[in-house]
Write a protein that binds this ligand. Structure first.
Ligand SMILES: *Cc1c(COP(=O)(O)O)cnc(C)c1O
Length: 397
């Protein structure tokens, strides 16, 4: 059984803050500062370039990839880290399209995170030749998986509403139609149990700075199913995905398995932070996390609905249909969120009218959830949000 007091103590949480935004940027793991300092001082500082060998920097993308693999149900040796999620989406999609010759349609949904759709648009423009991206409403995806679909590209948990797709069922449907499935786990990894192997995913990608707490700019991960690992051809054929980077051949030969999805030099300092963040998971069981996340989010919905009649739940009411976040709609949601943040309750806002709150049991406790709902009631009942300074939009919302 996960000791949630113990895991909470592993994070730096500023006084006076109730943090409901770990779904967007996880907080600082206490051990990360010393771990990064060691990498800077004892490794970069003292070892200089020999750190690539002596400190194992070059193996980190695969070593840490394996630890993430355990959280998403991947077979050992089939996850690698690097780049940002946008890049990993592009790579997975490009490889998958090449593996479904004769078909040219990517199917996604309008609840997908825009960068995933933008990367797909860019890729089909480069490919030309009739390739196209088709987006339908999230609830209509299953009905549009027809024989003309080459790749089903979905994000398991909707970043705005928290609505969760059924990975296994949709993947099975895609396979039956001769398509491959690419899953984005940005809001799943570290939030709920994921089983990429059992669910049949062909490719999966995700980021580490949300529920995995690697810090701003932390690297993304990519999973390639073992059955494709030696055949998938990387579109971004960088030197570190080469079979022998230090042979400096003039021709590209893909590396072994998922290693071929590496592109260039890995972000060692970010990976040091990620390593400290992943240590927390040695003390946490993802099934416990899920049970507690459902408990916390149910509590929040109950408390907010009882106190704030003007807010409309934007997330599915059935917790099994949700990820680990809850959203409410309100026309002036941006101003309400700014008023909440000024009172120490940190969530975020997604246009046009969604206030988003993430539930992260590693460090969030039931008393804080109730307190957040009380503060929301004060803000709503007193119209405390209705002030010019809360309406001015910052660059990041
Ligand atoms: C957070 C998120 C991203 C972010 O991509 P970056 O390249 O890391 O900025 C992409 N896709 C989804 C689904 C996300 O939730």
């Amino acid at each position: 059984m996960t000791d949630f007091d113990a895991t909470r103590a592993m994070f730096h949480l500023p006084d006076g803050v109730i943090y409901l935004d770990g779904n967007s940027l996880g907080p600082l793991p206490v051990a990360a500062a010393a771990r990064v300092a060691r990498t800077i001082g004892a490794e970069w500082g003292d070892m200089l370039i020999s750190g690539w060998n002596r400190a194992g920097w070059m193996e980190m993308p695969a070593r840490l990839g394996d630890r993430i693999g355990r959280l998403i149900g991947a077979e050992p040796g089939h996850v690698v880290l690097g780049d940002t999620l946008s890049i990993k989406v592009y790579q997975a999609l490009a490889s998958a399209l090449e593996m479904t010759p004769g078909k040219r349609i990517i199917l996604s949904d309008t609840g997908n995170f825009p960068t995933d759709l933008y990367m797909a648009e860019g890729l089909v423009r480069t490919l030309g030749n009739g390739y196209a991206l088709k987006t339908v409403a999230p609830e209509d995806v299953a009905g549009h998986i027809t024989d003309e679909i080459a790749v089903l590209m979905l994000t398991e948990v909707d970043y705005r509403t928290g609505r969760k797709h059924d990975m296994a069922a949709l993947t099975a449907k895609a396979h039956a139609a001769g398509a491959l499935a690419v899953w984005d786990l940005a809001h799943s990894a570290g939030a709920l149990p994921v089983d990429v192997a059992g669910g049949g995913a062909d490719f999966a990608v995700g980021c580490t700075y949300k529920y995995l707490n690697s810090g701003p700019g932390g690297p993304a991960f990519i999973y390639v199913a073992p059955r494709h690992a030696e055949t998938a051809r990387p579109a971004l054929s960088g030197w570190l995905g080469h079979q022998a980077p230090f042979a400096f051949d003039l021709d590209y030969r893909p590396g072994q398995g998922v290693e071929r999805m590496r592109v260039g030099t890995p972000p060692v300092l970010q990976m040091a932070a990620l390593e400290a963040a992943l240590d927390v998971w040695d003390h946490a069981d993802i099934a416990d996390i899920r049970a507690r996340s459902v408990e916390l989010s149910e509590l929040f919905i109950r408390e907010v609905e009882a106190r704030c009649p003007d807010l409309a739940l934007a997330s599915p009411r059935d917790p099994q249909q949700r990820g680990s976040q809850v959203s409410f709609r309100f026309p002036d949601g941006y101003a309400v969120m700014q008023a909440l943040i000024s009172r120490g309750v940190i969530g975020d806002f997604r246009a046009p009218d969604i206030m988003r709150f993430g539930f992260t049991p590693l460090y969030l406790q039931p008393g804080e959830v109730i307190r957040a709902a009380e503060i929301m009631e004060e803000v709503m009942a007193g119209r405390l949000w209705d002030r010019p300074e809360f309406r001015t939009r910052a660059r990041v919302t």
